[in-house]
Structure formats: C-alpha cells, structure tokens
Design a protein around this ligand. Structure first.
Ligand code: ATP
Ligand code: ATP
Ligand code: MG
Ligand code: MG
Length: 289
C-alpha cells in the first residue's frame, strides 16, 4: 500500500494480544433479553424453542471455528472456550470476541424463523449480544469457571421453576411468590414444588437443569480411576507443532460431529471420558451416517 502522510494514525491502534498458553473464554450474553423474551412471548420459565435456537447458533460457531474445544450455554448466554494452544488471529482479543459475537448473532437471526415461525423479528426488538474474553491460567480454574456457570444454571432454574409454578399454577401474584421465596434454600423450593404442586424437580428436563454443553464427538474413553484430568500437562503451543500435525488436527476437528449435550460438567467423569477437550488432541473419529 502506498505511503501517505496520514499513515501515522495507524500508530494509535493498540495491540491487544491475549496471554499465551492460557484458556480463553469468550462469554456472550443477550442484550435486554428480559424485554425481548416478553415481546416474543417466550414461555416461562423456560422457552424450549429459544434454548434450541441458542444451541443451534452456538453449534454453527463451533463448526466455523475449529479452535473452539467446548461451549456451554444457559438462558441468553454462551461461553466459548479456546484451547491454550490456539493461535487463532494471533490471539488478538478484539478479533476473537467480535468474530464470535457477530458470527453467533448472524446465525441466531438467520435461524430465528425456523424456531419461531409465527413470531417474525421486528425492530426495535432485534436480538443483539455483548461479549468479553476472560483468561484462565490453569485447567483447574477453567473447570471451576464451567462449574460456576452450571451451578448458576441450577440455582436460577430451581428458583424460576418454583416462582413460575406458584404464579401460573398457584395463581399467586408475582409479588406474593417473590415474597414467599425470599430467604428460602434449595430444599424449601423442592418442598414447595412437591407438596403443593406434586412436581418432583428431579424429573424436570435435563436441558433446563443442566444447561447445554457443545463439543466435538470422538470415541468415548473409559473414565480413569485416578484423577488426572484436572492437572495441567505442558501445553505445546500450536506454533511449535509441525505444520503437518496442525493440518491433521484441523482436519479431524472439522470432520468431528458437534454434539449438544445436557450433562454434568462439574464431576470428573465428563472430562475423563472426553480427554480431547482438555488435551487439544483430537480423538478417534466415529463412523458417521
Ligand atoms: P442484559 O442486557 O443486562 O443482559 P437481560 O434482560 O438480557 O439484560 P439477563 O440477566 O441476561 O438480562 O437475563 C436474561 C433474561 O432473558 C432472563 O432473565 C429471562 O427473563 C429471559 N430469557 C432468556 N432465555 C429464556 C428462555 N429460554 N425462556 C424464557 N426466558 C428466557
Ligand atoms: P479479515 O477477516 O482479516 O478482515 P478480509 O478478507 O475481510 O479479512 P479486509 O482487509 O478486511 O480483508 O479487506 C476487505 C476486502 O473486502 C477488501 O480488500 C475488498 O476486496 C473487499 N471489499 C470490501 N468492501 C468492498 C466493496 N464495497 N466492494 C468491493 N469489495 C469490497
Ligand atoms: Mg442478557
Ligand atoms: Mg443473561
């Protein structure tokens, strides 16, 4: 490109590389979804179509960016996790966050009509998302982050399920239900649901209780008897892997099916049976029909 006297303005751009060899979590969250969900008449407390739409958009993001190793979603938020070895966009923060946010939003809007055929999108209630990148320096902390989101999902869902059952089935006002739930613990809410409404919270759908976890599927492995999956092995940065190895991994990631699961990601078992998520090394591909 020709030099011009204006070129010096480029120096105002700040580099924003994220630390090497750390987990990168890009968390996005719907803007004003409380109002948006009212406008499009989402069912309370959980609109299944809205969750399926979030998951479908997230699956497209996973397919588009093979460097993502896992994603976890609940309500109007999704956390996308890049492996410490990832060198995507030279780990530039703004590039990673804006690419995830806009790719997700594009698919969310594109797929909207499939999930809400009779509620077309209408300004000013157009879905948009914010996003941020957070770094986690060890696998233990990354797993604690994932556990934190899943515990949050459980706590919110138990509260919302009880609240909306009291309002919709118990004919209480929002304020009455809120008042009664103030200061209650989990067992109190379970009891209200069971004794008053005959609802066993354990039988609620897994997608509501556990949220959604997306990852690439390879052959599951036997869980280990000794706990090793939380310990950090030295991560080989992509730059130090041979070109042929990088290409091989990329191909395997693209070929693997992205699955949407509603399972416990707090216990070790999930991670031990799927060691490729933490190791970054693709497993054995499954036969696909
Ligand atoms: P902000 O812009 O600060 O994120 P917000 O209105 O999006 O504000 P959140 O704390 O992100 O607030 O909460 C999202 C809200 O969206 C939930 O409280 C709920 O009311 C609604 N919501 C999201 N997903 C669903 C769903 N699947 N079914 C029903 N309601 C939903
Ligand atoms: P990156 O993902 O790194 O941004 P990019 O392919 O988007 O890669 P840019 O440097 O952003 O590359 O350049 C955008 C390119 O898009 C231009 O070089 C040009 O080829 C094309 N382009 C953008 N706008 C127009 C337009 N209005 N008409 C024709 N071509 C366009
Ligand atoms: Mg929100
Ligand atoms: Mg939210």
């Amino acid at each position: 490109m020709a030099n011009s006297k204006y070129e010096y303005v480029k120096d105002f751009e700040q580099p924003d590389p994220l630390l090497p060899n750390t987990w990168i979590v890009v968390r996005i969250d719907g803007r004003g979804f409380h109002k948006l969900s009212d406008f499009y008449k989402f069912e309370k407390p959980n609109d299944r179509r809205a969750l399926d739409l979030m998951n479908a958009a997230a699956a497209e993001v996973m397919k588009d960016l093979p460097d993502l190793c896992i994603a976890y979603g609940v309500s109007d938020e999704f956390s996308f996790v890049f492996h410490p070895s990832s060198q995507l966009f030279e780990r530039r923060s703004a590039k990673l966050v804006t690419t995830i946010v806009s790719t997700f939003t594009a698919h969310y809007i594109y797929l909207w009509a499939t999930f809400f055929p009779s509620n077309p999108l209408k300004p000013p209630f157009l879905p948009s998302f914010d996003g941020r990148a957070v770094l986690y320096p060890s696998t233990r902390i990354l797993r604690d982050y994932m556990s934190w989101r899943q515990v949050d999902c459980h706590i919110n869902n138990l509260y919302n399920t009880t609240f909306w059952t009291m309002v919709l089935q118990g004919k209480m006002s929002n304020t009455e239900a809120e008042q009664e739930l103030k200061g209650t613990v989990s067992s109190d809410k379970n009891e209200i649901l069971f004794k008053r409404f005959g609802i066993n919270y354990n039988n609620e759908e897994e997608i509501y209780k556990k949220g959604s976890v997306l990852y690439r599927q390879y052959a599951l492995q036997e869980p280990k008897t000794i706990q090793t999956s939380t310990e950090d092995e030295a991560v080989v940065p992509e730059a130090q892997q041979s070109k042929t190895q990088q290409e091989k991994f990329k191909k395997l990631r693209r070929k693997a099916q992205v699955v949407i699961d509603h399972v416990d990601i707090i216990k070790d078992e999930f991670w031990e049976r799927r060691p490729w998520i933490i190791s970054g090394k693709p497993g054995k591909l499954l036969e696909q029909n």
